[in-house]
Design a protein around this ligand. Structure first.
Ligand code: 16G
Ligand code: ZN
Length: 554
């Protein structure tokens, strides 16, 4: 039987996500380094995901659970699935393991046995109702996967709601909106229209009276973001012009190909398709295939590419929110903090740490999201462009009840309240983040150039090392130091000391069977050299064959 598709699991995209992929590698086929699954198996996995989502809903008394069929920034032939918890956030940690076991049970009998154990151990009342809302991105393989998911939902008697072809963040929004409907915490109308209305109105309130910004060019990665961005335009009522590029959602193979946020971040260059579209100084940005990542950039007068990544977005947004909190007279009551990972550029950390508390956590949105919940207002962004801002429930009530004593305080307060509406607080959302960035630029009268000059990025380099067993690499201190293999960290430390402004860390990937090496230094050539030398140390420590050592590893 031919291999029809690649399937990537992302129940909660933390280290656990790989557990599932690993099992799939063990159970099924590996093809070009991807987890490849035959069509029939793939259908059965989606069927099982339907059952898992329904059980999660039953466990929570029928609250709606979300399922998103997407492989995000990965190539079009890949596909995957994410489960969204009722608050609109990622699936709770303990359920990742359940999902892993269920999806990987080798036979139907095994599957039923695992199911039975799960129902008993987590005390699920199977007679409870189950509601699941699901959507897919524009990948052609999504149609069959959704059908298989629907079969799983009917098998367990769950009520399904098909949200059609939409972005991952819109699906997260819908889950939260459904579950908060007719409550004091209502998140908005539980429809796509409700989402666009909420964002569009908040944006217009926030930019009212500001001179309009020049049009923004958006690279839609030839994905579902093109549909959503086009609808968003209707709700902005002329307050911001969007020029949509790479919007070919039906061209085979175009999705994420030589475009999109991941291409821009990893290649550190303009998508070739935009080369004759972008004028010097004009702002542009790229979404990824499911529109939950965002990269901004511009070309300077000499045509040189400048990237404004997740770190630059965090710096822009956090400084703006801190100023608003101060102007509202709330600086003693509302504490703003930022969450980053070790990948954050050292210059961004320095810039932010001079202004507000900064916390570093392990890679993966769930770690950032949870850490951000500990601040009154928590700003989190990964350098790769995934991020959002969380306003704690008590902060939202404080804002609602606060009595400003001057007109300036009142204006700042209104802006803060509108920001709570503009920002998709369930998950990183490229469209909502675009509007947030544009609000700050409009308020500060910044072009991309001024935004970029908040701080100068340290040159950095990311390298992959293929090893036999990446589980031999264990980290501590938010992945900034290695615990094992023994002795490797001290060798890295010794090397790093020889580089001006040097910093480097090594971590096993959670999504690929490789070890990643990050390095930065004051000078570009030094950052490259440091990265390759550390990669060489990793290669040796992993027992790589010296005759096959990649030559760039020195
Ligand atoms: C996933 C994560 C992302 C993380 C990346 C790291 C989510 C939704 N996405 O894409 O946050 O940066 O994995 O991949 O959690 P790595 O472990 O292979 O470096
Ligand atoms: Zn994505």
């Amino acid at each position: 039987m031919p291999i029809q598709s690649h399937l990537i699991f992302d129940f909660n995209m933390g280290p656990q996500a790989f557990v599932l992929c690993k099992c799939l590698i063990d159970n099924f086929t590996i093809h070009d380094g991807h987890v490849a699954i035959r069509g029939s198996t793939l259908d059965s996995v989606l069927f099982r995901v339907g059952v898992i989502a329904a059980l999660r809903s039953k466990k929570l008394d029928g609250l709606a659970v979300g399922v998103m069929v997407t492989a995000s920034h990965n190539p079009e032939q890949d596909n995957g699935v994410k489960v969204v918890d009722p608050r609109g956030e990622m699936l709770e940690g303990s359920w990742e393991a359940h999902a892993t076991n269920l999806a990987n049970a080798p036979t139907t009998d095994d599957f039923l046995a695992v199911l039975d154990t799960l129902i008993r151990t987590t005390k699920i009342d199977i007679s409870k109702p189950a509601r699941v809302v699901y959507a897919r991105d524009t990948r052609p393989s999504g149609v069959a996967l959704v059908a298989a998911l629907e079969d799983g939902l009917s098998a367990i008697g769950a009520e399904g709601r098909n949200a059609g072809v939409t972005t991952t963040p819109i699906l997260h929004y819908l889950v939260k909106a459904i579950n908060t409907k007719n409550t004091p915490e209502s998140y908005g109308d539980d429809s796509e229209e409700g989402y666009f209305q909420k964002l569009g109105t908040a944006f217009q309130n926030l930019v009212a009276g500001r001179p309009p910004l020049e049009a923004l060019l958006i690279d839609c990665a030839n994905g579902v973001g093109a549909l959503a961005a086009s609808t968003l335009t209707e709700y902005l009522d002329g307050s911001l012009s969007l020029i949509l590029e790479n919007a070919s959602i039906s061209t085979p193979g175009a999705l994420n190909f030589a475009c999109g946020a991941d291409y821009v971040k990893t290649m550190q260059r303009l998508p070739p398709s935009l080369a004759d579209r972008l004028k010097p100084g004009q702002r542009a940005c790229s979404l990824d295939g499911d529109a939950d990542r965002l990269m901004y950039y511009y070309l300077d007068e000499r045509g040189i590419f400048h990237m404004l990544d997740g770190d630059k977005i965090a710096a822009l947004v956090a400084a703006f929110i801190v100023d608003l909190v101060k102007s509202a007279g709330l600086e003693n009551e509302v504490k703003v903090g930022v969450v980053q990972t070790a990948y954050a550029n050292g210059a961004s950390t320095k810039y932010l740490a001079g202004r507000l508390p900064v916390k570093c956590v392990a890679t993966g949105v769930k770690h950032l999201h949870h850490a951000a919940e500990h601040f009154n207002i928590g700003v989190y962004f990964e350098a790769n462009g995934h991020g959002t801002v969380l306003f704690s429930p008590s902060t939202q009530s404080k804002l609602a009840l606060y009595q400003p004593s001057t007109p300036a305080q009142s204006t700042a307060l209104k802006h803060l309240i509108n920001l709570t509406q503009l920002i998709n607080q369930t998950v990183g959302d490229a469209l909502s983040d675009i509007l947030l960035v544009e609000v700050v630029l409009a308020h500060k009268s910044y072009t991309g150039i001024e935004w970029d000059s908040l701080y100068v990025d340290l040159p950095n380099r990311l390298v992959k090392v293929v090893v036999n067993n990446r589980n031999a690499f264990r980290t501590e201190n938010a992945e900034r130091r290695l615990l094992s293999p023994p002795g490797l960290q001290s060798k890295i430390d010794e090397l790093v000391r020889r580089y001006d402004g040097g910093r480097s860390f090594v971590r096993p990937s959670g999504t690929e069977d490789v070890v990643r090496v990050y390095a930065e230094a004051v000078v570009r050539s030094q950052a490259d050299e440091l990265a390759f030398r550390v990669a060489g140390l990793v290669y040796d420590a992993a027992g790589g064959d010296p005759s096959k050592r990649p030559k760039e590893f020195l």
